[in-house]
Design a protein around this ligand. Sequence first.
Ligand code: GCW
Length: 694
Amino acid sequence: MASERYDSCWLRYEASIDDERLESYRRRCLHVYASDGAPELGVVREELRRGLEGVFGREPHLWHHPPRSADGFLAVGLPDEMRPITESVDVEFVRSLDDDGYLIRAVEWEESDCLVLTAPTDTGLVYGTFHLLRLLATGEPIDDLEIVEEPANAERIVNHWDNPFRGLVERGYAGQSIFDWERLPQLDERYADYARLLASVGLNGLCVNNVNTKIPGREGANEVVSQQAGWQLLESANLEKVAALAALFRRYGVRLYLSVNYASPMLIGGLDTADPLEPAVEEWWAEKVAEVYDLIPDFGGFVVKADSEGQTGPYDYGRDHAEGANVIGRAFEPYDGRVWWRAFVYSDHEDRAVQAYETFEPLDGAFDDNVTLQIKNGPIDFQQREPVSTLFGAMPETALGCELQITQEYTGQGVHACYLVPQWKEILEFDTHAPVEGSRVADLLADTPGQGIAGVGVVGDDPNWTGHYLAQANLYGFGRLCWDPDLESETITDEWVALTFGTDPEVRETVSRILLDSWQAAIDYHTGGIGLIHMMYNGETALENHYDPSPEEWPEYTGVSEDGIGVDRSSSGSDYAGQYREPLASRYDSPETCPEELLLFFHHLPWEYELADGTTVIQRLYDGCFDGVERVRVLRQRWRSLEGRIDERRYRHVAERFDEHAHQAVRWRDTLCAFFYEYSEIPDEAGRIPIEEC
Ligand code: GCW
């Protein structure tokens, strides 16, 4: 990236490539014939110039016609645009690809070794360009290339929880917001670099503000909250700021979205109600959406958090969520955009886990075509591990989106290394059995317009973008999985490491192992590893801490008592298990068949209940917490083995984080073990717990 202000992340283009490979790259890519009609093609040329210069150590030659050189060349354009492409590919086939798809092929054209990169749209060319540069920057062979790519998910979106005009990011651990709304429509070069990062991993949407657009009725909470002002982005005067950003991101194929407040007709429109069945409200939304499309013709849509955690919603008017969402959905009918309506709705209830399903499943089929139901991956809230939400598979007549959290709210925030790709793989590969065996979450989402994946953003104005340097891998992996959920975690990880830290095999292997083992470590010391959740500290301020250990605060989530631990969500309890299709419902319903890693999520069990291998629940919890700390120490040790093999600045940053991470893991372990002991009064068999000191 051009700037000294911040890191280039995985777009460093600093490969060290052996001579033979470099020679093959030179032959096919030092000369580039690229069309330059549309704005996206400016991006393609710019990126090729940058990437190829990184690879070759000198500027490539960019041509507007087939270059006359002894070598071959790279041809980039639409399939019918230039002879080298038209004569090398099946034009109709390329046109039939998904709009974001592309084809890259090594060919011989007029006796030269060439590469052609073509796509049905200019956006496809942008994605293809990043793909090709990824191959070159990691030293992959290109002489036999034959790549055809299409994204699995139509919608691949990042949801920022930024609070505009305040600079703050809710659950952001990488500093202030990168978007400066006071200065906009004036643009900052960092916005373009952010767009490059998103496009390079195949993302196509960005919601720029927090779903908490306003917190009415929570006065007395701290000032920060009462000042949240995201709802104002929909005011006419602010839309030009949004439009300026949209114009920039558009060049990279990224569409903009806004989180809007359900009471906008009142807050902005001056109406005295936001009742979705009120004609004036319907008219207001239609006019507002038309105004947005006048300025931003490719606008993506609205994200709405309604009737949740203090946000207004249809319940305020005695309406259900379909009525609530449809009034906005209808406003999008004339356009290619939609409402992403969040299913994160809960209230005081004995078991929060059952609520989203109880609220939304009966409404299947009632949502407008322009509404997508955005469902968090699990029934609670981005815990270290949760079962997959029962809504996946339960709403075949509704467009669905899966919400993941890229930022590490409950997994160590900006301090702990926790690579979430393995978690997301587990979620996306989960077999819902709906309607039949083999129906994975990934399959339910894929290949349907208006469906896909939204990830809660992680980026802030920290020079390294993500707070913890290794957290860049989560953004990278999120994009790659949205594009292709069938990619293996190991493949994605290896790509990121090679692009970010280079191709030294030892570095590649070591950093990959650190990342791939980090999630299990986080599960173990945060939970003990058999399905407990939600044992973090909350605190009194509006923006709860969610970082430090504080298990005693949450008896309703741990089900702790003197006779045992875990929450009964089986048929003898809240019956969350019963919301799954068979055979899942029966499997989770019995502690004998429930997978151990979720056991205490579904069951309240005696402390001395014996697990399959004869270990008791209490002992397994102690062991899990201790294992977690050991795992973190191993990660830290592996990182330390890299000293001198990667640059000092990045080495130090991560090494320091690991020191603190190890310290925090011990705090979690000791707090949890003391808590378990306090209730069970059963000591650790291994005598490791200095209980008196806790
Ligand atoms: O995860 C919880 C967070 C809140 C967040 C809320 C939500 C944006 O603690 O910070 O608010 O969920 O997803 O709406």
